[in-house]
Design a protein around this ligand. Structure first.
Ligand code: GLV
Ligand code: GLV
Length: 334
């Protein structure tokens, strides 16, 4: 009999369709906020699952999932998965890196520009009928070209942003990352490694692009914000928990930071009223990877991972982007 696979949300039909010949599919036509118990129930009788960042999966969700072999996460960040718990249960997990890098870097830059040049604020002002109040000083923003761009987290997306800043906009690019890039990569990107305090102090525009882990939780807190220039802008496209949102709202409200752009939030899909109340903030609903081509490629990559993980195409040890292959396969062997 064919393996059974749960697809947690409506994704991109054209990319899911090829699976229908290979597995027994359980899909949904409705965007669903699955409860932790519902996720456990869905996983209890399937061999594989394709899920999004909205589904949190830990030990409790897989406790009854006796036949579950693979969870393919459609997204690069996988802080929604308890990887250790999955490994211990012999369940392979995968994500979708690389295919979304440039699209997400584009969004980071778009949000940076919207923030620095007050694009969304200007549009609200125009729609509110305030143009009649125009003055020579209306909507004065900060320049992007020739300014200093700080990139916190220098993975693939961070490198895409650095390249855009250095080569497209003539920015001086500083970055901070736990591990330094090789000198030739730094030179090609036009980026200089600095410590975190220097990054905070010298950036005119700071973009956070680092994975969300216990170490990066609230790495931008009140103390970090206090080290930034009052004229600076901050853009977060990684995960909400990287920024202390209340400290950010306070800094924005009190002139200690010029503006911020957020694509991610601590309580998605809820956005704090303290943020919504601010004039000097550009807000988008986690659309970093949301181009049609890239979302399609992400689903295709999740399908490829799933098929390999189930041993239907290639082998479980050869998933295109496994997160925990060695640990999960070792746990199965014992
Ligand atoms: C989206 O945020 C992702 O991690 O792919
Ligand atoms: C994050 O994983 C990145 O690719 O930057």
């Amino acid at each position: 009999t064919r393996p059974t696979v749960w697809v947690s949300q409506p994704l991109i039909d054209a990319a899911i369709a090829p699976l229908r010949d290979r597995v027994q599919l359980r899909t949904t036509d409705t965007v669903t906020a699955w409860s932790p118990q519902q996720i456990a129930a869905q996983l209890a009788d399937v061999d594989g699952a394709i899920i999004t960042l909205n589904e949190r999966i830990g030990a409790t969700q897989v406790a009854d999932a006796a036949q579950l072999k693979v969870i393919a996460n459609v997204g690069v960040g996988y802080n929604n998965l308890d990887v250790d718990a999955l490994s211990a249960a012999g369940i392979l997990a995968s994500n979708t890196p690389d295919v979304l890098t440039e699209t997400t870097a584009d969004l980071g830059f778009a949000l940076l520009m919207a923030t620095a040049r007050r694009i969304t604020e200007s549009e609200r002002w125009l729609r509110d009928g305030q143009w009649g109040q125009w003055s020579f000083q209306t909507m004065l923003g900060a320049d992007i070209h020739g300014s200093t761009l700080g990139v916190l987290g220098m993975g693939r997306i961070g490198q895409g942003i650095a390249r855009r800043g250095a080569h497209g906009f003539g920015m001086k690019v500083l970055y901070h990352n736990r591990s330094r890039l090789p000198a030739d990569t730094e030179a090609a990107l036009g980026a200089t490694h600095v410590d975190l305090d220097t990054l905070l102090a010298q950036s005119d525009h700071l973009l956070t692009v680092l994975p969300y882990t216990p170490a990066s939780h609230h790495i931008i807190d009140a103390a970090a914000l206090a080290k930034m220039k009052p004229s600076a802008t901050l853009v977060n496209i990684a995960r909400g928990g990287i920024v202390d949102e209340l400290a950010l709202a306070d800094a924005l409200a009190n002139g200690r930071l010029a503006a911020a752009g957020l694509d991610v939030y601590e309580g998605e899909p809820n956005v704090r009223p303290e943020l919504l109340a601010l004039r000097n903030i550009a807000l988008t609903p986690h659309i970093g990877s949301a181009s049609l081509a890239t979302r399609t490629a992400m689903v295709q990559m999740a399908v490829d991972n799933l098929l390999a993980g189930l041993g239907l195409d290639g082998s479980p040890s050869r998933m295109p982007s496994a997160i925990n292959a060695d640990a999960a396969l070792a746990a199965r062997a014992t």
